[in-house]
Design a protein around this ligand. Structure first.
Ligand SMILES: [Zn+2]
Length: 174
């Protein structure tokens, strides 16, 4: 019997009495190491079976109903095991789905980032080649991007100081 306070194995019984139902014995114990006191409710195995029978069936044990109770306990345990296995499998399946969703999302965002970088690089390169400046409509024509996309790239590049505006809709490398 382990002491709940310090984990020491050596304890002594200082009081012992059967419980009202007569199935278990209440023992007052004291730890030999830390002198901590605690109460245990101890069952003998044959009493435990009687206890289960009493609890589950509410009858006195006979060989016949003891067998029935045992069978029902075994059945319940088997059902519980199957249920647990199902839940474990389900959890594994969900984990797998979750992981693949995450992977897809990561790939998408990576692809998006590369696409954005490539668009920026393309626009910068065209602007760099036009030393006297290039109009935004020409950029749109050269890249094939729509107006909104070109404008967003250009305005961000201006903010970042990579290009500058030298006339209405005309940009050069900064
Ligand atoms: Zn102790």
């Amino acid at each position: 019997m382990q002491c709940p306070y310090c984990g020491n194995d050596a304890t002594e019984v200082i009081d012992s009495r059967p419980t009202k139902d007569g199935i278990s014995i209440r023992r007052r114990r004291q730890c030999l190491a830390c002198a901590g006191r605690f109460t245990t409710n101890e069952c003998r195995e044959e009493n435990l079976l009687l206890f289960l029978v009493k609890k589950d069936v509410g009858q006195r044990a006979t060989t016949a109903n003891l067998k029935t109770v045992l069978a029902s306990i075994v059945g319940a345990l088997r059902a519980l095991t199957q249920e647990t296995e199902k839940l474990i499998k389900k959890a594994a399946r969900l984990e797998k789905i979750e992981a693949s969703k995450k992977k897809t999302a990561a790939n998408k965002s990576r692809a998006g980032k590369y696409a954005t970088l490539a668009s920026f690089a393309m626009v910068f390169e065209i602007i760099r080649q036009h030393k006297t400046g290039i109009h935004i409509s020409k950029l749109q024509e050269r890249t094939g991007f729509d107006n909104g996309r070109i404008r967003s790239i250009v305005s961000r590049a201006c903010r970042d100081g990579k290009i500058k505006r030298v006339g209405r809709g005309v940009y050069v490398s900064a």
